[in-house]
Design a binder for this molecule. Structure first.
Ligand code: UDP
Ligand code: MG
Length: 340
């Protein structure tokens, strides 16, 4: 389906322009009240824009939803989408974009690590005519050395392997305009790596440096397992280079094995010193076996992703939505339903 989004024009937002702020929440009962306060304070400083705050409760098991229900009941700006279970941060952000009606959308974490005040600078860039304004982290306080260094290494590796340049040290905290949101809505892929998808879409993009604060309260909802799967999604969704690397590994192993064969045959024919015993044999078998398993594993990862795609399941299931007038968010998003 060809996409013909309207081009966003600089300075186009007037007093009636709408900004949608999307806040994914997973077990954030300790921070959510403060987040709402800070966002309200931010909104009250905005004179030229209307704001809607879309909270996505990503299957929280704590009191997050109860608190959100309360906030939504008392503030017409607050809208809530509640998933039927935990679908993950990237899917929560996707649901927010599906439901957003704004001329621009801001993605921000619930834990106040991304200061809402930075959004003012993002809006200024939007006025200058940029379509994507992403926050680049200059410092990251309150995060372990392991998290900081692994994130640093990951972004650099991803950039080397990826077919599109993905900005370094950049999370999902960003402002994106309507044409980009519409383009993202037309991308039905399941293993979503939103920051990479935004780079892929193109348009005029720029960055704002900011200091990433400490989490206001509670623990990170990205344990090592989720971080690894997120990193794998990023690498595999944006590059087929791992497949090429596995071919290279196979060739290297074959060359080493051929060298060994020539060496052993030469020794047998031209000298009296034979290569004997199990050691060489075992090393060759283990080496080749290892390389083969790695290559099959990489292949398997891609095939698994193809399998996931062809199942055509909806990306998420909405159990409840609050505060939406008119059409409201759809209950599900199926990859077939590209645009609503
Ligand atoms: N989050 C989510 N679903 C998840 C995990 C996280 O919606 O399965 C939300 C979380 O509530 C927060 C944001 O995604 O608003 C980023 O998560 P977190 O702060 O735990 O990640 P970190 O900053 O430690 O990487
Ligand atoms: Mg965080």
């Amino acid at each position: 389906m060809p996409l013909t989004p309207h081009k966003s024009t600089p300075n186009k937002h007037t007093s009636s322009a709408l900004l949608s702020i999307i806040i994914p929440c997973y077990n954030e009962e300790q921070v959510i009240a403060e987040t709402v306060n800070r966002l309200n304070a931010f909104c009250s400083e905005l004179t030229q824009l209307e704001v809607e705050l879309i909270f996505i409760d990503d299957g929280s098991q704590d009191q997050t939803l109860v608190l959100l229900r309360n906030f939504a009941a008392n503030d017409p700006r607050i809208k809530v989408i509640c998933f039927s279970r935990n679908f993950g941060h990237q899917i929560a952000v996707t649901a927010g974009m599906d439901a957003a009606r704004g001329d621009a959308v801001v993605l921000i974490d619930a834990d106040l690590q991304d200061p809402p005040e930075v959004i003012h600078q993002m809006i200024a860039k939007w006025k200058e005519g940029y379509d994507v304004v992403y926050g680049t982290r200059t410092t990251r306080s309150g995060e372990s050395i392991f998290k900081r260094s692994s994130a640093r290494g990951f972004y650099r590796l991803l950039n080397k392997l990826s077919d599109v340049p993905i900005p370094l040290d950049t999370g999902d905290f960003r402002l994106i305009t309507r044409p980009i949101v519409d383009s993202l809505k037309a991308m039905p892929e399941r293993d979503r790596f939103v920051r990479g998808m935004v780079s892929w879409v193109g348009f005029k993009q720029t960055s704002i440096p900011y200091k990433r604060a400490k989490r206001f309260a509670g623990k990170s909802k990205y344990p090592l397992r989720k971080m690894l799967s997120f990193a794998t999604d990023g690498l595999l969704s944006f590059s087929t280079k791992p497949l090429q690397i596995s071919i290279g590994l196979g060739m290297l192993a074959a060359c080493v094995a051929m060298g060994g064969i020539f060496y052993a045959t030469g020794m047998r024919i031209f000298t009296n010193i034979w290569v004997e015993g199990w050691t060489a044999l075992m090393i060759a078998i283990l080496f080749l076996g290892g390389v083969q398993l790695i290559c099959v594993g990489i292949l398997g990862e891609y095939i698994g992703r193809i399998y996931n795609e062809v199942k055509h399941r909806p990306l998420y299931i909405v159990e409840e939505s609050l505060g939406f007038t008119e059409e409201g968010p759809a209950a599900t998003r199926s990859p077939d339903v590209k645009q609503r």
